[in-house]
Design a protein around this ligand. Structure first.
Ligand SMILES: [Zn+2]
Length: 90
């Protein structure tokens, strides 16, 4: 019984490995076939932005974006955003 489970497990791992390999070979999917509805904005979300306080680079999708004094700033977290606001009163 245990052997059967082991074989199924191995096949599953093999399946995922092969899928990953094929995905790598094909590269990015052409337009229309990808699952993401908006490709352009997705690239934008992956863009790395610099935190002006601690100078850490964070992907735009997880960055805390605050509009301070008409400009947009990207922070790694609330702590840095708060510090930036204190240093730059509008
Ligand atoms: Zn920071």
């Amino acid at each position: 019984m245990y052997r059967l489970i082991l074989v199924i497990l191995l096949l599953t791992i093999l399946y995922y490995l092969l899928r990953q390999m094929f995905r790598g070979f094909r590269g990015p999917l052409p337009d229309g076939q990808s699952n993401s509805p908006v490709q352009g904005s997705e690239d934008d979300q992956d863009q790395m932005v610099e935190d002006p306080v601690c100078h850490i680079f964070v992907p735009r999708r997880i960055a805390l974006i605050e509009s301070i004094g008409g400009r947009e700033y990207c922070f790694c977290g609330k702590e840095c955003a708060g510090r930036f606001r204190n240093e730059h009163p509008v």
